[in-house]
Write a protein that binds this ligand. Sequence first.
Ligand code: IMP
Length: 456
Amino acid sequence: MRSPFAYSNTSPEGFRAVAPADPVRVRSETIMPNTVLIGAQWGDEGKGKIIDVLTAQADMVVRYQGGSNAGHTVVVAGRKFVLHLVPSGILHPGKTCVIGNGVVVDPLALIAEIRMLEQEGVTVRGRLTVSDRAHLVLRYHNALDTADEAARGDSKRIGTTGRGIGPAYRDKVCRCGLRMGDLLERDFPERLAANVVDANRALTALGAVPLDAAGLQKTYAEAAQVLAPYIADTIEIVHAADRAGSSILFEGAQGTMLDVDFGTYPFVTSSSPTSGGACIGTGIAPNRIQRVVGVIKCYTTRVGEGPFPTELTDALGEDLRQRGGEFGATTGRPRRCGWFDAVVGRYAQMVNGVDLWAFTKLDVLDTLPVIRICTAYELDGRNITTMPASLAAFQRCRPVYEEMPGWLQATSRITRYEDLPLQARAYIERLVQLIGGKLGVLSVGPGRETTLRLGL
Ligand code: IMP
Protein backbone atom coordinates (compact mmCIF):
# COMPACT_ATOMS: atom_id res chain seq x y z
CA MET A 1 0.00 0.00 0.00
CA ARG A 2 1.43 3.36 -1.03
CA SER A 3 1.71 5.73 1.88
CA PRO A 4 2.29 9.46 1.85
CA PHE A 5 3.19 9.25 5.52
CA ALA A 6 6.24 8.32 7.46
CA TYR A 7 5.62 6.61 10.75
CA SER A 8 7.49 6.89 13.93
CA ASN A 9 6.74 4.84 16.99
CA THR A 10 8.05 7.54 19.23
CA SER A 11 6.06 10.58 18.09
CA PRO A 12 2.76 10.89 19.96
CA GLU A 13 0.79 11.09 16.70
CA GLY A 14 2.49 8.05 15.25
CA PHE A 15 2.97 9.66 11.85
CA ARG A 16 3.95 12.91 10.26
CA ALA A 17 3.18 14.15 6.79
CA VAL A 18 6.03 14.12 4.30
CA ALA A 19 5.77 15.01 0.61
CA PRO A 20 2.23 13.73 -0.09
CA ALA A 21 2.16 11.35 -3.02
CA ASP A 22 -1.21 12.64 -4.17
CA PRO A 23 -1.80 16.38 -4.44
CA VAL A 24 -5.55 15.96 -3.91
CA ARG A 25 -4.85 14.41 -0.58
CA VAL A 26 -2.81 16.79 1.48
CA ARG A 27 -3.22 16.02 5.14
CA SER A 28 -2.07 18.02 8.08
CA GLU A 29 -0.10 16.51 10.93
CA THR A 30 -3.18 16.16 13.07
CA ILE A 31 -5.30 14.31 10.52
CA MET A 32 -5.43 10.54 10.80
CA PRO A 33 -4.39 8.61 7.70
CA ASN A 34 -7.00 6.24 6.30
CA THR A 35 -6.53 3.23 8.54
CA VAL A 36 -7.57 -0.41 8.49
CA LEU A 37 -7.79 -2.03 11.89
CA ILE A 38 -7.60 -5.82 12.01
CA GLY A 39 -7.50 -8.59 14.59
CA ALA A 40 -4.31 -10.67 14.41
CA GLN A 41 -5.45 -13.86 16.17
CA TRP A 42 -8.76 -15.74 16.36
CA GLY A 43 -10.91 -12.68 17.11
CA ASP A 44 -11.69 -11.14 20.51
CA GLU A 45 -8.35 -9.30 20.58
CA GLY A 46 -9.99 -6.22 22.12
CA LYS A 47 -10.56 -4.43 18.81
CA GLY A 48 -13.61 -2.59 20.15
CA LYS A 49 -11.54 -0.62 22.62
CA ILE A 50 -8.82 0.32 20.12
CA ILE A 51 -11.43 1.26 17.51
CA ASP A 52 -12.98 3.49 20.12
CA VAL A 53 -9.63 5.21 20.73
CA LEU A 54 -8.95 5.66 17.00
CA THR A 55 -12.47 6.84 16.26
CA ALA A 56 -11.72 10.02 18.17
CA GLN A 57 -9.37 10.92 15.28
CA ALA A 58 -11.58 9.60 12.45
CA ASP A 59 -14.46 11.25 10.60
CA MET A 60 -16.00 8.06 9.27
CA VAL A 61 -15.96 4.46 10.53
CA VAL A 62 -16.69 1.63 8.10
CA ARG A 63 -17.38 -2.07 8.70
CA TYR A 64 -16.22 -4.23 5.79
CA GLN A 65 -16.94 -7.92 6.50
CA GLY A 66 -18.66 -10.37 8.81
CA GLY A 67 -22.04 -9.74 10.29
CA SER A 68 -23.72 -10.04 13.65
CA ASN A 69 -21.30 -12.84 14.56
CA ALA A 70 -19.06 -9.98 15.73
CA GLY A 71 -19.41 -8.45 19.15
CA HIS A 72 -17.45 -5.28 19.87
CA THR A 73 -17.59 -4.20 23.48
CA VAL A 74 -17.07 -0.53 24.26
CA VAL A 75 -17.33 1.10 27.66
CA VAL A 76 -18.33 4.79 27.44
CA ALA A 77 -18.72 6.80 30.63
CA GLY A 78 -19.17 3.61 32.61
CA ARG A 79 -21.87 2.30 30.23
CA LYS A 80 -21.12 -0.92 28.42
CA PHE A 81 -22.26 -1.26 24.80
CA VAL A 82 -21.97 -4.49 22.80
CA LEU A 83 -22.35 -3.77 19.10
CA HIS A 84 -22.71 -6.55 16.56
CA LEU A 85 -23.35 -4.73 13.27
CA VAL A 86 -23.26 -0.98 13.72
CA PRO A 87 -19.68 0.38 13.81
CA SER A 88 -18.75 1.50 17.31
CA GLY A 89 -18.02 4.97 15.88
CA ILE A 90 -21.75 5.57 16.41
CA LEU A 91 -20.97 6.14 20.10
CA HIS A 92 -18.92 9.24 19.17
CA PRO A 93 -21.21 12.18 18.37
CA GLY A 94 -20.60 13.67 14.94
CA LYS A 95 -18.94 10.64 13.36
CA THR A 96 -20.55 8.97 10.37
CA CYS A 97 -20.77 5.19 10.12
CA VAL A 98 -21.04 2.85 7.17
CA ILE A 99 -21.84 -0.83 6.87
CA GLY A 100 -20.05 -1.79 3.66
CA ASN A 101 -20.98 -4.16 0.86
CA GLY A 102 -18.78 -6.95 2.30
CA VAL A 103 -20.88 -7.25 5.45
CA VAL A 104 -23.78 -9.69 5.63
CA VAL A 105 -26.63 -7.90 7.35
CA ASP A 106 -29.45 -9.47 9.33
CA PRO A 107 -32.08 -6.73 8.94
CA LEU A 108 -33.90 -7.76 12.11
CA ALA A 109 -30.69 -7.71 14.15
CA LEU A 110 -29.82 -4.32 12.66
CA ILE A 111 -33.21 -2.87 13.59
CA ALA A 112 -32.85 -4.22 17.14
CA GLU A 113 -29.41 -2.61 17.42
CA ILE A 114 -30.60 0.75 16.05
CA ARG A 115 -33.49 0.73 18.54
CA MET A 116 -31.21 -0.18 21.45
CA LEU A 117 -28.86 2.70 20.56
CA GLU A 118 -31.71 5.17 20.23
CA GLN A 119 -33.14 4.09 23.58
CA GLU A 120 -29.73 4.84 25.07
CA GLY A 121 -29.90 8.34 23.59
CA VAL A 122 -27.54 7.73 20.64
CA THR A 123 -28.64 9.35 17.35
CA VAL A 124 -28.39 6.82 14.52
CA ARG A 125 -30.61 8.26 11.77
CA GLY A 126 -28.59 10.45 9.44
CA ARG A 127 -25.29 9.03 10.74
CA LEU A 128 -25.49 5.41 9.56
CA THR A 129 -25.70 4.11 6.01
CA VAL A 130 -25.85 0.50 4.92
CA SER A 131 -24.63 -0.59 1.50
CA ASP A 132 -27.34 -1.48 -0.99
CA ARG A 133 -24.93 -4.22 -2.11
CA ALA A 134 -24.58 -5.83 1.34
CA HIS A 135 -26.09 -9.31 1.35
CA LEU A 136 -28.96 -10.10 3.66
CA VAL A 137 -28.91 -12.70 6.39
CA LEU A 138 -32.44 -14.02 6.44
CA ARG A 139 -34.14 -16.37 8.89
CA TYR A 140 -33.46 -19.39 6.72
CA HIS A 141 -29.72 -18.68 6.91
CA ASN A 142 -29.87 -18.91 10.70
CA ALA A 143 -31.91 -22.11 10.48
CA LEU A 144 -29.44 -23.60 7.99
CA ASP A 145 -26.44 -22.56 10.13
CA THR A 146 -27.89 -24.47 13.09
CA ALA A 147 -28.95 -27.48 10.99
CA ASP A 148 -25.56 -27.67 9.20
CA GLU A 149 -23.73 -27.64 12.51
CA ALA A 150 -25.95 -30.42 13.90
CA ALA A 151 -25.35 -32.49 10.77
CA ARG A 152 -21.57 -32.07 11.02
CA GLY A 153 -21.60 -33.87 14.36
CA ASP A 154 -19.07 -33.54 17.15
CA SER A 155 -15.93 -34.23 15.13
CA LYS A 156 -16.58 -31.77 12.31
CA ARG A 157 -18.57 -29.07 14.08
CA ILE A 158 -17.11 -25.58 13.45
CA GLY A 159 -18.67 -24.06 16.55
CA THR A 160 -20.26 -21.18 14.61
CA THR A 161 -22.03 -18.34 16.33
CA GLY A 162 -25.32 -19.51 14.79
CA ARG A 163 -25.89 -16.09 13.21
CA GLY A 164 -26.39 -17.44 9.68
CA ILE A 165 -23.04 -16.09 8.45
CA GLY A 166 -21.78 -19.12 6.47
CA PRO A 167 -25.08 -19.80 4.67
CA ALA A 168 -25.46 -16.09 3.77
CA TYR A 169 -21.97 -15.91 2.24
CA ARG A 170 -22.65 -19.26 0.54
CA ASP A 171 -25.68 -17.74 -1.20
CA LYS A 172 -23.63 -14.67 -2.17
CA VAL A 173 -20.99 -16.82 -3.87
CA CYS A 174 -23.64 -19.09 -5.40
CA ARG A 175 -25.23 -15.95 -6.88
CA CYS A 176 -28.64 -16.55 -5.34
CA GLY A 177 -28.30 -14.14 -2.41
CA LEU A 178 -30.61 -11.20 -1.78
CA ARG A 179 -29.10 -7.82 -1.05
CA MET A 180 -30.03 -4.84 1.06
CA GLY A 181 -31.10 -2.90 -2.06
CA ASP A 182 -33.34 -5.81 -3.15
CA LEU A 183 -35.29 -5.39 0.08
CA LEU A 184 -36.74 -2.19 -1.40
CA GLU A 185 -37.73 -3.67 -4.78
CA ARG A 186 -41.24 -4.76 -5.72
CA ASP A 187 -40.19 -8.28 -6.63
CA PHE A 188 -38.53 -8.90 -3.24
CA PRO A 189 -41.42 -11.00 -1.79
CA GLU A 190 -41.39 -13.23 -4.86
CA ARG A 191 -37.61 -13.71 -4.81
CA LEU A 192 -37.71 -14.34 -1.07
CA ALA A 193 -40.41 -17.00 -1.50
CA ALA A 194 -38.33 -18.76 -4.20
CA ASN A 195 -35.31 -18.84 -1.88
CA VAL A 196 -37.44 -20.14 0.99
CA VAL A 197 -38.53 -23.07 -1.20
CA ASP A 198 -34.86 -23.98 -1.79
CA ALA A 199 -33.91 -23.43 1.85
CA ASN A 200 -36.84 -25.56 3.02
CA ARG A 201 -35.70 -28.39 0.77
CA ALA A 202 -32.26 -28.27 2.43
CA LEU A 203 -33.74 -27.88 5.92
CA THR A 204 -36.05 -30.86 5.44
CA ALA A 205 -33.15 -32.99 4.19
CA LEU A 206 -31.24 -32.05 7.35
CA GLY A 207 -34.22 -33.01 9.52
CA ALA A 208 -34.97 -29.39 10.51
CA VAL A 209 -38.32 -27.60 10.54
CA PRO A 210 -39.18 -25.77 7.27
CA LEU A 211 -40.08 -22.06 7.37
CA ASP A 212 -43.26 -20.27 6.39
CA ALA A 213 -42.63 -18.04 3.36
CA ALA A 214 -45.72 -15.86 3.90
CA GLY A 215 -44.70 -15.06 7.47
CA LEU A 216 -41.22 -14.10 6.31
CA GLN A 217 -42.57 -11.91 3.51
CA LYS A 218 -44.56 -9.93 6.06
CA THR A 219 -41.64 -9.67 8.52
CA TYR A 220 -39.21 -8.39 5.88
CA ALA A 221 -41.74 -5.99 4.33
CA GLU A 222 -41.95 -4.30 7.72
CA ALA A 223 -38.17 -4.38 8.11
CA ALA A 224 -37.74 -2.77 4.67
CA GLN A 225 -39.87 0.19 5.75
CA VAL A 226 -37.77 0.77 8.86
CA LEU A 227 -34.44 0.38 7.07
CA ALA A 228 -35.20 2.26 3.81
CA PRO A 229 -33.71 5.56 5.06
CA TYR A 230 -30.42 3.86 5.90
CA ILE A 231 -29.83 2.03 2.59
CA ALA A 232 -27.56 3.77 0.07
CA ASP A 233 -24.69 3.39 -2.38
CA THR A 234 -21.91 3.42 0.20
CA ILE A 235 -19.15 3.11 -2.42
CA GLU A 236 -19.93 6.68 -3.49
CA ILE A 237 -20.29 7.82 0.12
CA VAL A 238 -16.91 6.42 1.19
CA HIS A 239 -15.14 7.83 -1.88
CA ALA A 240 -16.77 11.24 -1.46
CA ALA A 241 -15.54 11.32 2.14
CA ASP A 242 -12.05 10.35 1.01
CA ARG A 243 -12.03 13.02 -1.72
CA ALA A 244 -13.11 15.60 0.84
CA GLY A 245 -10.07 14.73 2.96
CA SER A 246 -11.97 12.91 5.71
CA SER A 247 -10.10 10.36 7.81
CA ILE A 248 -11.62 6.93 7.40
CA LEU A 249 -11.27 4.02 9.78
CA PHE A 250 -12.02 0.58 8.33
CA GLU A 251 -13.05 -1.66 11.18
CA GLY A 252 -12.30 -5.36 10.82
CA ALA A 253 -14.25 -7.97 12.76
CA GLN A 254 -13.08 -11.47 13.81
CA GLY A 255 -9.37 -12.07 13.15
CA THR A 256 -6.67 -13.19 10.72
CA MET A 257 -6.77 -16.84 11.81
CA LEU A 258 -10.52 -16.91 11.11
CA ASP A 259 -10.07 -15.56 7.56
CA VAL A 260 -11.59 -17.89 4.98
CA ASP A 261 -8.34 -17.85 2.94
CA PHE A 262 -5.60 -17.31 5.51
CA GLY A 263 -7.09 -18.88 8.64
CA THR A 264 -7.27 -22.43 9.97
CA TYR A 265 -9.63 -23.59 7.23
CA PRO A 266 -12.27 -25.05 7.58
CA PHE A 267 -12.44 -23.80 11.19
CA VAL A 268 -12.85 -20.21 10.06
CA THR A 269 -15.56 -17.69 9.38
CA SER A 270 -16.77 -17.18 5.80
CA SER A 271 -15.37 -13.71 5.14
CA SER A 272 -12.02 -11.87 4.86
CA PRO A 273 -11.16 -10.15 8.16
CA THR A 274 -7.61 -9.41 6.92
CA SER A 275 -6.69 -5.91 5.71
CA GLY A 276 -7.24 -6.80 2.03
CA GLY A 277 -10.89 -7.45 2.91
CA ALA A 278 -11.33 -3.71 3.45
CA CYS A 279 -10.99 -3.08 -0.30
CA ILE A 280 -13.33 -5.87 -1.36
CA GLY A 281 -15.80 -5.06 1.37
CA THR A 282 -16.14 -1.32 0.76
CA GLY A 283 -14.93 -0.47 -2.75
CA ILE A 284 -12.00 1.59 -1.46
CA ALA A 285 -8.88 1.14 -3.58
CA PRO A 286 -5.71 -0.30 -1.98
CA ASN A 287 -3.76 2.90 -2.61
CA ARG A 288 -6.31 4.94 -0.62
CA ILE A 289 -5.37 3.06 2.56
CA GLN A 290 -2.34 4.47 4.31
CA ARG A 291 -2.00 2.52 7.51
CA VAL A 292 -2.77 -0.87 9.02
CA VAL A 293 -3.18 -1.22 12.77
CA GLY A 294 -3.14 -4.75 14.18
CA VAL A 295 -4.79 -5.60 17.47
CA ILE A 296 -3.25 -8.53 19.31
CA LYS A 297 -3.73 -9.90 22.80
CA CYS A 298 -0.71 -10.49 25.04
CA TYR A 299 -1.80 -14.14 25.16
CA THR A 300 -4.11 -16.09 22.84
CA THR A 301 -7.78 -17.03 22.88
CA ARG A 302 -10.07 -18.88 20.55
CA VAL A 303 -13.82 -19.52 20.69
CA GLY A 304 -15.38 -22.39 18.77
CA GLU A 305 -13.67 -25.49 17.46
CA GLY A 306 -10.39 -25.87 15.56
CA PRO A 307 -6.68 -26.27 16.21
CA PHE A 308 -4.95 -24.03 18.73
CA PRO A 309 -1.31 -25.07 19.35
CA THR A 310 -0.66 -23.00 22.50
CA GLU A 311 -3.96 -23.83 24.23
CA LEU A 312 -3.79 -24.35 27.99
CA THR A 313 -6.35 -26.92 29.07
CA ASP A 314 -5.21 -26.89 32.70
CA ALA A 315 -5.85 -24.64 35.73
CA LEU A 316 -3.68 -21.92 34.21
CA GLY A 317 -5.98 -21.74 31.17
CA GLU A 318 -8.95 -21.40 33.51
CA ASP A 319 -7.11 -18.71 35.47
CA LEU A 320 -6.52 -16.68 32.27
CA ARG A 321 -10.18 -17.11 31.33
CA GLN A 322 -11.36 -15.79 34.68
CA ARG A 323 -8.82 -12.98 34.97
CA GLY A 324 -9.35 -11.92 31.36
CA GLY A 325 -13.17 -12.27 31.43
CA GLU A 326 -12.81 -14.53 28.40
CA PHE A 327 -16.44 -15.22 27.55
CA GLY A 328 -17.86 -14.50 24.07
CA ALA A 329 -19.53 -11.09 23.57
CA THR A 330 -22.01 -12.58 21.08
CA THR A 331 -22.70 -16.07 22.43
CA GLY A 332 -21.38 -15.94 26.01
CA ARG A 333 -19.34 -19.09 25.31
CA PRO A 334 -16.17 -19.57 27.39
CA ARG A 335 -13.10 -18.81 25.27
CA ARG A 336 -10.20 -21.25 25.07
CA CYS A 337 -7.02 -19.61 26.40
CA GLY A 338 -3.31 -20.16 25.84
CA TRP A 339 0.16 -18.63 25.56
CA PHE A 340 1.12 -15.97 23.02
CA ASP A 341 1.85 -17.53 19.64
CA ALA A 342 4.51 -15.55 17.77
CA VAL A 343 4.13 -17.76 14.68
CA VAL A 344 0.55 -16.49 14.41
CA GLY A 345 1.68 -12.92 15.14
CA ARG A 346 4.40 -12.96 12.50
CA TYR A 347 2.02 -14.44 9.93
CA ALA A 348 -0.60 -11.79 10.74
CA GLN A 349 2.00 -9.04 10.43
CA MET A 350 2.87 -10.37 7.00
CA VAL A 351 -0.55 -10.95 5.45
CA ASN A 352 -2.06 -7.73 6.81
CA GLY A 353 1.00 -5.48 6.48
CA VAL A 354 0.65 -4.30 10.07
CA ASP A 355 2.40 -0.94 10.60
CA LEU A 356 1.50 -0.50 14.23
CA TRP A 357 0.47 -2.98 16.89
CA ALA A 358 -2.03 -2.45 19.65
CA PHE A 359 -1.26 -5.03 22.34
CA THR A 360 -4.13 -5.65 24.72
CA LYS A 361 -4.76 -7.20 28.14
CA LEU A 362 -1.21 -7.11 29.46
CA ASP A 363 -2.66 -6.83 33.00
CA VAL A 364 -4.17 -10.34 32.73
CA LEU A 365 -0.62 -11.72 32.98
CA ASP A 366 0.27 -9.68 36.10
CA THR A 367 0.18 -12.66 38.49
CA LEU A 368 2.28 -15.14 36.50
CA PRO A 369 5.83 -15.84 37.72
CA VAL A 370 6.88 -17.28 34.35
CA ILE A 371 5.43 -16.49 30.93
CA ARG A 372 5.85 -18.62 27.84
CA ILE A 373 6.03 -17.48 24.23
CA CYS A 374 5.64 -19.86 21.32
CA THR A 375 8.44 -18.97 18.88
CA ALA A 376 8.11 -21.89 16.43
CA TYR A 377 6.18 -25.10 15.81
CA GLU A 378 7.70 -28.51 15.84
CA LEU A 379 6.22 -30.40 12.90
CA ASP A 380 7.27 -33.99 12.25
CA GLY A 381 10.65 -33.48 13.90
CA ARG A 382 11.42 -30.11 12.26
CA ASN A 383 11.00 -26.59 13.62
CA ILE A 384 8.97 -24.25 11.40
CA THR A 385 7.92 -20.61 11.74
CA THR A 386 5.48 -20.59 8.81
CA MET A 387 1.78 -21.39 8.88
CA PRO A 388 0.90 -24.82 7.45
CA ALA A 389 -2.04 -24.80 5.03
CA SER A 390 -3.05 -28.35 5.84
CA LEU A 391 -5.33 -28.77 8.81
CA ALA A 392 -3.83 -32.20 9.55
CA ALA A 393 -0.32 -30.71 9.60
CA PHE A 394 -1.43 -27.80 11.79
CA GLN A 395 -3.01 -30.27 14.21
CA ARG A 396 0.34 -32.09 14.46
CA CYS A 397 2.24 -28.87 15.27
CA ARG A 398 3.65 -28.71 18.78
CA PRO A 399 4.62 -25.31 20.20
CA VAL A 400 8.29 -24.56 20.84
CA TYR A 401 8.45 -22.23 23.82
CA GLU A 402 10.83 -19.75 25.30
CA GLU A 403 10.25 -18.48 28.82
CA MET A 404 10.45 -15.03 30.31
CA PRO A 405 10.12 -13.95 33.93
CA GLY A 406 6.80 -12.38 34.95
CA TRP A 407 6.59 -9.01 36.71
CA LEU A 408 4.26 -10.05 39.58
CA GLN A 409 2.94 -6.52 39.93
CA ALA A 410 -0.35 -4.82 39.05
CA THR A 411 -0.09 -2.85 35.81
CA SER A 412 -3.64 -1.61 35.30
CA ARG A 413 -3.10 1.75 37.03
CA ILE A 414 0.04 2.58 35.08
CA THR A 415 -0.46 5.37 32.58
CA ARG A 416 3.00 5.69 30.97
CA TYR A 417 4.92 2.98 29.15
CA GLU A 418 8.15 3.99 30.90
CA ASP A 419 6.55 3.28 34.27
CA LEU A 420 5.82 -0.36 33.51
CA PRO A 421 7.88 -3.00 35.35
CA LEU A 422 11.07 -3.82 33.48
CA GLN A 423 10.00 -7.44 32.90
CA ALA A 424 6.67 -6.32 31.39
CA ARG A 425 8.44 -4.03 28.92
CA ALA A 426 10.94 -6.77 28.13
CA TYR A 427 8.06 -9.15 27.40
CA ILE A 428 6.26 -6.75 25.03
CA GLU A 429 9.47 -5.76 23.29
CA ARG A 430 10.35 -9.42 22.75
CA LEU A 431 6.92 -10.03 21.21
CA VAL A 432 7.36 -7.11 18.80
CA GLN A 433 10.85 -8.31 17.93
CA LEU A 434 9.47 -11.77 17.11
CA ILE A 435 6.51 -10.67 15.00
CA GLY A 436 7.77 -7.47 13.29
CA GLY A 437 6.07 -4.07 12.97
CA LYS A 438 6.10 -1.40 15.65
CA LEU A 439 4.43 -0.93 19.00
CA GLY A 440 1.68 1.69 18.86
CA VAL A 441 -0.53 1.01 21.88
CA LEU A 442 -0.44 -1.09 24.98
CA SER A 443 -3.68 -1.65 26.83
CA VAL A 444 -3.59 -2.59 30.52
CA GLY A 445 -7.31 -2.59 31.36
CA PRO A 446 -10.81 -2.14 29.93
CA GLY A 447 -11.31 1.64 30.34
CA ARG A 448 -10.13 4.39 27.95
CA GLU A 449 -7.65 5.67 30.57
CA THR A 450 -5.80 2.33 30.62
CA THR A 451 -4.49 2.77 27.09
CA LEU A 452 -0.78 3.59 26.91
CA ARG A 453 -0.23 5.28 23.56
CA LEU A 454 3.18 5.22 22.00
CA GLY A 455 2.91 5.67 18.26
CA LEU A 456 -0.84 5.71 17.70
P1 IMP B 1 -19.34 -17.99 12.16
O1 IMP B 1 -18.61 -16.74 11.80
O2 IMP B 1 -20.53 -17.75 13.06
O3 IMP B 1 -19.68 -18.83 10.97
O4 IMP B 1 -18.34 -18.90 13.04
C1 IMP B 1 -17.16 -19.47 12.48
C2 IMP B 1 -16.03 -19.47 13.51
O5 IMP B 1 -15.63 -18.13 13.75
C3 IMP B 1 -16.39 -20.04 14.87
O6 IMP B 1 -15.26 -20.68 15.41
C4 IMP B 1 -16.74 -18.82 15.69
O7 IMP B 1 -16.57 -19.05 17.08
C5 IMP B 1 -15.72 -17.85 15.15
N1 IMP B 1 -16.14 -16.45 15.28
C6 IMP B 1 -17.05 -15.78 14.53
N2 IMP B 1 -17.16 -14.51 14.93
C7 IMP B 1 -16.29 -14.35 15.93
C8 IMP B 1 -15.90 -13.23 16.73
O8 IMP B 1 -16.39 -12.10 16.57
N3 IMP B 1 -14.95 -13.47 17.67
C9 IMP B 1 -14.36 -14.68 17.84
N4 IMP B 1 -14.68 -15.75 17.11
C10 IMP B 1 -15.63 -15.59 16.16
